[in-house]
Design a binder for this molecule. Sequence first.
Ligand SMILES: Cc1ncc(COP(=O)(O)O)c(C=O)c1O
Length: 421
Amino acid sequence: MGPLWTTRERHSGLIAWLARHKLLRGHICTSPSSSSSSSSTVDSNGRDRVINLDHGDPTMYERYWQQTGDKSTIVIPGWQSMSYFSDAGSLCWFLEPEFAKEIVRLHKIVGNAVTEDRYIVVGTGSTQLYQAVLYALSPPDAAEPLSVVSAAPYYSSYPLITDCLKSGLYKWAGDAQSFNKEGPYIELVTSPNNPDGHVRQSVVNKSGGILVHDLAYYWPQYSPIAAAADHDIMLFTVSKSTGHAGMRIGWALVKDEEVAKKMVKYVELNTIGVSKDSQLRAAKVLQVVTDGCKYPTSEEGSLFDFAANVMEERWKLLRAAVRQSGLFTLPEFSPGLCRFLNSSFAPRPAFAWLKCEAPIEDCEAFLRSNKILTRGGKHFGVGPQYVRISMLDRDENYDVFVQRLSTIHLRQSMQVDETVQ
Ligand SMILES: Cc1ncc(COP(=O)(O)O)c(C=O)c1O
């Protein structure tokens, strides 16, 4: 394996690049001729490349896992993992005991969720567990489908998954803030939220609601860990915690035995359990993460040190680019104390929720015309002036993205120059 760039090296490289092209604050070229000559060399690296930041694909984490080498490797002989069953006598009979043990170890060291007196249900990604929760919470013989709501902007997959089979059990009912129907409902609380990164609480102020907490991003690289979450139903995933989206493993921590049993039933009906190979690999990955927190050895530190540093740098660069461009705004966050990292910092979410300022009306289309693919606000229940941008892509894509964003106005002014001349 070749030498890896440290975050600091990449950052100083980009700072040097920004300075060279007079894009840092204090170096802004105001004369049209100098701005056009700057922008003609800007982006020479990757100018025509389409940068796709539509999906939250967590490839940023590859760099960390490469340097763990054999520590995170498992070998599965041909005869292993053959039975459907992992732990036949337990409530979640397809949950690998080794994986369950590592889930508890990880939550205990990070302090982000209470695991005592909870059932663990494993799923093929937390996407499957979301569906299992809807099935488990819906009364089988209700007169009409149970309403499912979440405050906008909400995770764009919720409405699609909820309604894809046109179930008679449950139905997407939109933005929780304007929900006023009588009767029972499910409110999804995603905290920190996808897409805007804010820490959230339930917003529907009515009786008869059941809360489901999607805590996919409640990890210290994204958000200060203020306290151990202690909700009735909590969903987690390796996709955003360790970056192993392709393993398709998630887990639910569930207080109520009957709810947990029904979730298990759903996974049984849906996929007859969850890949044992993936669970064994997930157990190894979580073990390496927890050991890395307990006994940090590598230069990168623990997974959370690594990812926290990358996110911190990326957000700094993004904010600088947004300031430079003058066309966009980003959400602001207040710092909070993280009991795991023992420091105070502002959230550094996995997505940037970017707003195009007037006169740009369709931010997704505007960025697409600049070869940056994002997901527009309408998917999240809000207007087209917003887009969601993944912050978890590989370094080379992120760097081209942030460089390009900072120069959009320069290229536009260059076009204006050319038209005038
Ligand atoms: C809030 C939230 N929940 C769930 C998921 C899906 O996770 P998984 O890959 O485990 O299905 C995502 C993925 O982007 C997400 O953002």
